[in-house]
Design a protein around this ligand. Sequence first.
Ligand code: G6P
Ligand code: BGC
Ligand code: BGC
Length: 934
Amino acid sequence: MDAVGPGALRGNTVPGCPQRDLPCPSDSSELVQECLQKFKVTGAQLRQIQASLLASMEQALKGQASSTSAVRMLPTYVGSTPHGTEQGDFVVLELGATGASLRVLWVTLTGTAEVGMEPQSQEFVIPQEVMLGPGEQLFDFASRCLSEFLDTLPLGKQGLRLGFNFSFPCHQTGLDRSTLISWTKGFKCSGVEGQDVVQMLRDAIQRQGAYSIDVVAVVNDTVGTMMGCEPGVGPCEIGLIVDTGTNACYMEEARYVAVLDEDRGRVCVSVEWGSFSDDQALGPVLTTFDHALDHQSLNPGAQRFEKMIGGLYLGELVRLVLAHLAEHGVLFGGCTSSTLLSQGSILLQHVAEMESSPAGAACAQAVLQDLGLSVGASDAKLVQQVCVAVCTRAAQLCAAALAAVLSRLQHSREQQTLQIAVATGGGVFEQLPRYWEHTPVSKSRFLSILQDTVMLLAPECDVSFIPSVDGGGRGVAMVTAVAARLAAHRRLLEETLAPFRLSREQLAAVQTQMREAMAKGLRGEASSLRMLPTYVRATPDGSERGNFLALDLGGTNFRVLLVRVAAGGVQITNQVYSIPECVAQGSGQQLFDHIVDCIVDFQQKQGLSGQSLPLGFTFSFPCKQVGLDQGILLNWTKGFKASGCEGQDVVCLLREAIGRRQAVELNVVAIVNDTVGTMMSCGYEDPRCEVGLIVGTGTNACYMEELQNVAGVAGDSGHMCINMEWGAFGDDGSLDMFSTCFDARVDQASINPGKQRFEKMISGMYLGEIVRHVLLHLTSLGVLFRGQQTQRLQTRDIFKTKFLSEIESDSLALRQVRAILEDLGLPLTTDDALMVLEVCQAVSQRAAQLCGAGVAAVVEKIRENRGLEELSVSVGVDGTLYKLHPHFSTLVAATVQELAPRCVVTFLQSEDGSGKGAALVTAVACRLAQQTHV
Ligand code: G6P
Ligand code: BGC
Ligand code: BGC
């Protein structure tokens, strides 16, 4: 008996009858049994396939797919099964589900589960040369079919929304972004693999130009089938297709899908089990006929599992067996025909007809005669057995794969027993005979074998099979409706955030305006930048020595510091004290008495009581200084509003408070702004540090200006540090074109409306509030939190600026974003979390860029002051926002580089805060005072 290898199978391809004797009957039935036996799959083999497929699924979920022959486990960005509220009219284009045909549907979703409108549809046969030709041709063909179908409907030509049912393995990166991995099922168009098929369809529709159609979503046919599950019986959580090809999808726990940075909820995963071909599991069940079929297929070596189950291949398997048996004289009297020897001549529908009983044998007769074969009495029966063997194996293998998915669901849901609904679709379910001896119910034989085998392999799973009503068209429309809603939300989000996205030109305009305001301020003209002289004329030269007390008021914390400046460096001991809001917004006397209380407490703790150390006072508010130790408070900022201080010399106020406290003696030598303190503190380490920058609760900058440029201060040589008070930049309306309605809301609700406009777009006290107002706006548009306004989110200051730093930190996955927001009592979806992240990014990016534009204005001023081609300068920086936000400092530096390319700017984060700087200013003052007394 000849071997039955592929070589053998090809046999003599010359159609006709044999020149030698036919085998004797016993040999022939043995040969027949041998053939049929090959399609028998044992329970053990099915379990092996189930286990191996499950292992391959779990590896791929972890992103460790072993080889191209593993299953792919492709996330589909469908995060929830339909909740029936989807509504609207949608066009659905189906390509690849049913072989050489393309279908266009018009689906109306009514938004009520009960009322379903029957979709209208039209099918188009795809010519072979289009299935194998250039990709553009295929997509042009599809868009022509689209127009042809739409022309039959009373529709406008604009604003149509389309869901693209594309049944091939694709890497999706969004609901409307999908790259084809490889063609399957008789398609092999060039120039498409590795391309975004949505873009190719959009381009084709554009080229055709008949309709303006928005391709909103691309969906795999298994997903469409699952999502189209009959309302009321679902939700189905598995979609199973056995049509020309085969595949399944199911709702996996998002946290198990490694490529998705997600920990909550579920996501639909397309298994793509067609590519499963683990030699160990499949090797024993692959027959020579399977190898021959694969060898002559369009994609040899690929989709091996599919080629044993898919409707495109069942007929071919039957043909190869029949040809083999005929060539071995067992069938058709050993005669073959050119049709029998031609690939693809036996179709699924032939197998369906021949397999059905009792009419199958008669059908077989007719089908085989059409194939030009003379059919003997027993031939038809034998052929039927071959059809049954091939289809039974297909159903069993499909069941083993489905059982693997069920086991995966048991694992991921940690459930021992599982009750689940599987939506089924595809010609193999629909075409194969509806009943067989003992099953009068109209259920396909394929389905009943599938069901029985699943029960065998996954006995703890109670599985109901729900045939899809319209091949998944409605399911695709559901996904499209969800995608359309998300796309609309994205558009609203972009529109809302667009004003926060400042262009290079806009930032350069801010820089120019700041330069103009600086020049006016220095000349003492009306300007939103007060450009306050600080009477600090030099940065430290390292010769400073002594012990100093320092106070640091105006940031997040009030600190009292003991600063020891010695040859070996600076030593700092400090204590943080709180300034309760009632004190910050009480009377000035109360505030300064509180300050002195803290000083006394600190002195006692440090054993300094009774000592009168020189004291430097970092007072981080706008003060008009008339001397190093005289500072008239111009106005409070940052939530301070203590009465009786504005217009007063705060050093006097401090001295009066000291006076009110018995037995306390303090020698207040200097009052400095925190920007100056920061510059001095960093300048002690790096003499090139001539700019001080604070981005914390508030924001501001200072820098060393040429004395000759400072109106109102005597002298025209040397330098003086200027406190810009840039927080007030734009209070004259010069920044209004950059201000958004959200900034206006924050300003109106602040205790100093109309003031500190630049600060209110940049600093820590306000960014959280800007974000909160944007979130409220997006919620009111229904974009966020399903439009549900929560009491918490309407609470002022509930969205802390530190949340921005936490939410935007790369190390924080979306899961933590969710945790932060849920603490705020916000019920949110993944999409919500993503959008909140984008809002935070837009608000903080604008803040950093505006801050960068300000620094660029300052360093360019210094460069031009010195008539330098290139300036190298350092900027001392402090402030919680700058220090803690994951990207703020980088964005500031990038903006400065872009807007001041001729300045090499080094940003030095101040380690010890400006208290040290205040002590150094005091030390310099003491040194200078000593020199004048020597
Ligand atoms: C440091 C400085 C303070 C400054 C503060 C600003 O702590 O020592 O002088 O006011 O930074 O940042 P913050 O985030 O605290 O407002
Ligand atoms: C494709 C799958 C598809 C299946 C059923 C396979 O060839 O790779 O994406 O779901 O056929 O149509
Ligand atoms: C104040 C500045 C201070 C800045 C940073 C602003 O509100 O007006 O004086 O430098 O905050 O703390």
